[in-house]
Design a protein around this ligand. Structure first.
Ligand code: FES
Ligand SMILES: [Fe+2]
Length: 334
């Protein structure tokens, strides 16, 4: 059933792991989709995002007439116009006008754009290529808490890496002393404390001590990780006995098997000893340090068979759980 619904949408055959088509993925910031068509890619499928009278629509980015990207076109009166012969498409994909035909000639039934489910939430455009098996993942309540400032800390970018490799790196903490010495980890104290994994709706969570990257200079913090499959991670940092809190929300969008667009939101409810500029500098440094590792990992796709690579009981528990749950979902990179 789902297979045929995908086929009828004319997805190109090189879709990245078909099961991922049935989840919502953030493909762009809302602010990027203005009155012009915006080109995006999800699971190796070229997409055009555009607004019909304000409401966002997502189409497969090829005109059925002659295979021209619809993203080369423009929007007129709430319809998308193809740049080559001016065919016009309504938000539901129906072709409403073929200018080369006289008005009394019927528009062929096949003249349609493939449209996908699109939603706008949290300042992002979310697309599901198939039939959603889960809701758009919920952001933690502090995202709407007036005591938190999020504005200065929002970033996004592209990595030449598999989305699951990237997310696993974000969820991994035993690399801190080696990849982020001084900012997130201490090479003289590389041992990871035991953690316990608890189930969460759509994923799992765990908690680690974070002695190096402090909220206040006088005491170490703890971090709670909440991983929602397939590609969202929330890291809440808090100080036992204190009210200071800092939350990171990471979303990895699988552009293709080995390309990821990430969106990162960070908010905090206090003015700390680190300025916004210093926090921004540390974040960029941390991400560059991680990127160098993750983009070079081989195989590029995260192995989901636990007999591949070598897993340590203890520090690799989140990675083991993540791989196990991705596999349970039916993710398969071939
Ligand atoms: S290719 Fe789009 S109208 Fe001809
Ligand atoms: Fe890292």
């Amino acid at each position: 059933m789902e297979q045929s619904s995908l086929e009828s949408r004319n997805l190109c055959p090189q879709v990245t792991s078909e099961v991922l088509c049935h989840y919502w993925h953030p493909v762009a910031r809302s602010s990027e989709v203005t009155d012009k068509p915006f080109k995006a890619k999800l699971l190796n499928q070229p997409l055009v995002l555009w607004r019909s009278n304000g409401t966002v629509a997502a189409f497969y980015d090829l005109c059925i007439h002659r295979g021209t990207p619809l993203s080369l076109g423009w929007v007129t009166d709430g319809e998308l116009v193809c740049a080559y012969h001016g065919w016009r498409y309504a938000a539901n994909g129906t072709c409403t006008r073929i200018p080369a035909l006289p008005p009394d000639r019927a528009i062929p039934n096949k003249a349609r754009a493939s449209s996908f489910k699109a939603e706008e939430r949290y300042g992002l455009i979310w697309v599901c290529l198939g039939q959603p098996r889960a809701e758009i993942p919920e952001f933690p309540p502090e995202f709407n808490d007036a005591a938190f400032r999020w504005g200065p800390y929002s970033t996004d970018g592209f990595w030449q890496a598999n989305a699951a490799r990237m997310l696993e790196n974000l969820a991994d903490y035993s690399h801190f002393p080696w990849v982020h010495p001084g900012t997130l980890g201490d090479p003289d104290n590389p041992e990871s404390e035991p953690i316990s994994i608890a189930p969460l709706d759509g994923g799992f969570q765990y908690d680690i001590p974070q002695p190096v990257n402090r909220l206040r200079p006088d005491a170490g913090a703890r971090q709670t990780y909440k991983l929602i499959l397939p590609f969202m991670l929330v890291i809440q940092r808090w100080q036992p006995g204190g009210s200071e809190r800092q939350t990171n929300i990471f979303l990895c969008c699988p552009v293709s098997k080995n390309e990821t667009r990430f969106f990162r939101f960070m908010g905090r409810n206090f003015v700390g000893h680190l300025s916004d500029e210093e926090l921004g500098r540390r974040h960029r440094l941390t991400f560059e340090q991680d990127r160098a590792i993750v983009e070079s990992q081989r195989p590029e796709e995260l192995p989901l068979d636990l007999s591949e690579e070598l897993h340590l009981r203890g520090p690799d528990a989140p990675a083991i759980e993540y791989r196990r749950q991705l596999r349970e979902l039916g993710v398969d990179w071939n």
